[in-house]
Design a protein around this ligand. Structure first.
Ligand SMILES: NC(=O)c1ccc[n+]([C@@H]2O[C@H](COP(=O)([O-])OP(=O)(O)OC[C@H]3O[C@@H](n4cnc5c(N)ncnc54)[C@H](O)[C@@H]3O)[C@@H](O)[C@H]2O)c1
Length: 317
C-alpha cells in the first residue's frame, strides 16, 4: 500500500515509517520539522531511510491545503495515518491558538483531501488526554469525553469529532486511536521519560510534580506501532480504540524504575501539580483486544531498560 504518514519524522511517526517500510509498503513521510523541539532530532529519526527506494520524505505543513493537494495528486494514497500535531499538554496552556491551528485545521485539510481522493482508510492519532480528569477507571471508549482540561486535549477531541463528520458524510473508513503516554527509544525530548532520564544521568535535579502518587498508563513505543499496524489491516467504518498498557505506573515508581535502569539516584525537586495535568490515565483495552487482536507485550521495566539503552547510545557524553 501507499501510506501517507503525517508527522512521520516525529517520535511515533518515525518508528511507524520504519515498520511500514519493513512490511513492504511505500511510505510518503510528511513532516513540517516544526521547532517545538530541535528539528535536527527529527531528521536523525528518519535519516537512515533517505536512500530507501520506498521512502518519500516531504517537508510540508498540514495547514497548507494547496500543497497537500499536490501530494495527493502525485501519489495515489491508500491510507492516511495522521500523526502530525502540536503535542504537549503544558505548552498548550501557553499557545492555545497554535494547537487549534495545527491540530484542528491540519486534520480537516487531510480529511477533506481523503474524501476527494477516495482514501481507503484514515487513521487518526488521538490521545488519552481527551478523557480529561475522568474519575471512572479504566477509561473506556464510550466514556463521556466532554470535559477536556487543556487546549491540547480539546483540540484532539475536536479532531475526533471531525473524523466522525467525514465518516458520516462520505463513508470514509476512519479509526481513531487514543494513545496512552507513549515512551521508548527516540522519546520526545519534552516528555518526562526523556527529561528525567537525562537529568538523572547527568546528576541534575528533576521536578517531581505533586507527591508522586499521580499515575500514567505508560505504553511502550513498539506496542503502539504494533497496534497501528494491526489497525491498518482493519478498515471498519468508524471506530475509536484505546491503545494503552492498562497498567498505570505512579510517578514515584517511574522515578525508581529509571534510577534502577540508570544505576543512579535522582535529585528530586518537589513541585506543585501543574494546571492541565490529569491525576491518572488508565486504558481499558478490551476493545483493542477484541477488534484488533492487540495487547501490549512489553512490561514497563523492560520498556525502561530499552529506553535507557537507547539514551546511553544516542546521548551520553
Ligand atoms: N507521545 C505520546 O505519548 C502521545 C500520546 C498521545 C497522543 N500522541 C499523538 O501522537 C502523535 C505523534 O506524537 P509524537 O509524540 O510522535 O510527537 P512528535 O512531536 O515527536 O511528532 C509530531 C510530528 O509532527 C510534526 N508537525 C507538527 N506540526 C506540523 C505541521 N503543521 N505540519 C506537518 N508536520 C507537523 C512535527 O514536526 C513532529 O515531527 C501526535 O498527534 C500526538 O498528539 C502522542
Amino acid at each position: 500500500m501507499k501510506i501517507l504518514v503525517t508527522g512521520g519524522a516525529g517520535f511515533i511517526g518515525s518508528h511507524l515509517c520504519d515498520r511500514l517500510l519493513n512490511e513492504g509498503h511505500t511510505v510518503v513521510c510528511l513532516d513540517y520539522l516544526s521547532d517545538y523541539y530541535d528539528p535536527k532530532i527529527k531528521i536523525m529519526n528518519v535519516f537512515h531511510n533517505f536512500n530507501h527506494p520506498n521512502f518519500i520524505f516531504l517537508v510540508k505543513n498540514v495547514m497548507e491545503k494547496d500543497k497537500l493537494e499536490k501530494i495527493f495528486q502525485k501519489y495515489p494514497i491508500d491510507v492516511v495515518i495522521h500523526l502530525a500535531a502540536r503535542a504537549g499538554v503544558r505548552a498548550s496552556l501557553e499557545e492555545p491558538l497554535q494547537f487549534r491551528d495545527t491540530n484542528v485545521v491540519g486534520t480537516i485539510n487531510l480529511l477533506e483531501l481523503s474524501k476527494i481522493f477516495k482514501v481507503k482508510h484514515f487513521i487518526f492519532g488521538s490521545s488519552s488526554s481527551v478523557y480529561g480528569d475522568n474519575k471512572k477507571v479504566p477509561f473506556t471508549e464510550d466514556d463521556l469525553v466532554d470535559w477536556p482540561i487543556s487546549p491540547y486535549a480539546t483540540s484532539k477531541r475536536a479532531c475526533e469529532l471531525y473524523c466522525y463528520n467525514y465518516h458520516y458524510i462520505c463513508g470514509l473508513n476512519t479509526t481513531i486511536l487514543r494513545f496512552f503516554n507513549v515512551f521508548g527509544p527516540r522519546n520526545r525530548p519534552d516528555m518526562a521519560h526523556f527529561t528525567f532520564t537525562q537529568a538523572i544521568d547527568k546528576g541534575l535535579p528533576i521536578k517531581k510534580f505533586g507527591d508522586g502518587s499521580s499515575s500514567r498508563d505508560y505504553t511502550f513505543i513498539e506496542d503502539i506501532i504494533e497496534g497501528i499496524v494491526k489497525t491498518l489491516k482493519k478498515p471498519l467504518g468508524f471506530e475509536i480504540i484505546n491503545l494503552g498498557n492498562s497498567h498505570p505506573i505512579t510517578l514515584n515508581t517511574m522515578i525508581a524504575t529509571l534510577e534502577k535502569a540508570l544505576g543512579k539516584k535522582a535529585v528530586i525537586q518537589e513541585t506543585p501539580l501543574q494546571l492541565g495535568d490529569v491525576e491518572k490515565t488508565y486504558a481499558d483495552i478490551s476493545k483493542a483486544k477484541k477488534i484488533l487482536g492487540w495487547e501490549p507485550k512489553t512490561s514497563y521495566e523492560d520498556g525502561v531498560k530499552k529506553l535507557v539503552a537507547w539514551y546511553k547510545t544516542a546521548h551520553s557524553s
